[in-house]
Design a protein around this ligand. Structure first.
Ligand code: TRP
Length: 336
């Protein structure tokens, strides 16, 4: 197996939603089909340990996320699709990297600083109250995910850019102390991939609880679309497409000409009720076939396991010999 041209991880917390689809799944599915690229996509289940302590939820989320990626067309034969916890070399590399990562670097991580700031604001005696070592060293685990496969490019959301800078820092330190084994990965923040708005108009996100799940029953799906916030303009009044949640969601799922036609109808005046119904019908039609596939997969989790197991075998064709090289480089090797 070749090292990764592209690599990205998906934390297994929560149910996949429309925002995940347009932001992460759709672009990944596209590049998974490219025969000239080696793409690695994995379920970051060790990362999910930090936020969630419910074993059933973790398992359910891994199942749903894997099923969603497969149902939406991931070419798992052409790319490398696996579960982080199936690659024992990753936690081993994590420790090796932890041993040379400056604590000061981790002190500067946004997620950690935000938790400390929360504690200070609520006047806790201990600024580290409730903060686990997992949260604190999270960026090292992420660095190990990336460096284990010497990934060249890492597509992520804006909030992850700092983690990539830290990964480069850690890789450079290893290269400097021992030997130049690691490529310094480049972050790719796709400006063209859309950030979808949620029910309340803010970014669609699990943390705002304003998301629309990708694979719900048609009835619940329709109900959620009907709930999207609009203004109070009357049915015949012209409407603005800018800052309109309904329009932006439509656009994310429509072709250019469909979008142009819809923009014209906004100008002419389209009733919010009509728009919602059309939005529902449009996305529902696109998700019909994947939904059937998704339901089938969820009922046969053994099939998903099999796909992930094969993916882990491919990933380990790279990680096992590479970790062996790393071990030799740092002097953890046979004594003979
Ligand atoms: N931390 C990332 C997120 O929350 C997920 C992730 C874990 C990741 N390991 C990774 C992304 C490695 C890219 C590369 O979105």
């Amino acid at each position: 197996m070749k090292n990764a041209d592209f690599l990205t991880g998906i934390t297994t917390s929560g149910t996949p939603h429309l925002g995940n689809y347009v932001g992460a799944i759709r672009p990944a599915v596209e590049s998974s089909k490219n025969p000239d690229l080696t793409s690695y996509y994995f379920l970051a289940d060790y990362h999910s340990l930090i936020k969630n302590h419910d074993p059933r939820l973790r398992k359910q989320s891994a199942l749903e996320i894997a099923a969603a990626w497969i149902a939406l067309g991931l070419d798992y034969d052409n790319c490398v699709f696996y579960r982080q916890s199936d690659i024992p070399e990753i936690p081993e590399l994590t420790w090796i990297l932890t041993s040379l990562t400056a604590k000061g670097l981790m002190n500067r991580a946004h997620a950690y600083k935000a938790s400390v700031a929360d504690n200070e604001q609520t006047q806790q005696k201990d600024p580290d109250k409730g903060i686990t070592m997992g949260l604190f060293s999270y960026p090292v685990l992420m660095a190990a995910d990336i460096l284990m496969f010497n990934a060249r490019k890492v597509p992520v959301g804006r909030d992850q850019v700092q983690h990539l800078e830290m990964t480069r820092d850690i890789a450079a330190r290893f290269n400097h102390i021992y030997k130049k084994l690691f490529i310094l990965p480049k972050v790719v923040v796709d400006e063209t991939s859309c950030v979808l708005s949620g029910l309340d108009g803010r970014k669609m996100s699990k943390s705002y609880n304003n998301f629309i799940p990708l694979f719900d029953t048609q009835k619940r799906f329709r109900k959620l679309i009907m709930k999207i916030k609009t203004n109070s303009l009357g049915p015949d009044e012209p409407k603005d497409t800018e800052n309109c949640t309904l329009f932006s969601i439509y656009k994310a799922f429509a072709t250019q000409s469909e979008t142009d036609i819809m923009a014209r109808r906004f100008k002419e005046g389209i009733a919010w009720g009509t728009m919602k119904q059309e939005l529902f019908e449009h996305i529902n039609e696109l998700l019909k076939a994947p939904r059937t596939e998704y339901d089938k997969l969820i009922k046969n989790p053994g099939d998903i396991d099999e796909i992930l197991r094969k993916g882990a075998l491919k990933a380990r064709e790279f990680s096992v010999p590479f970790l062996d090289k790393i071990r030799k480089t740092i002097g953890i090797q046979s004594l003979g």
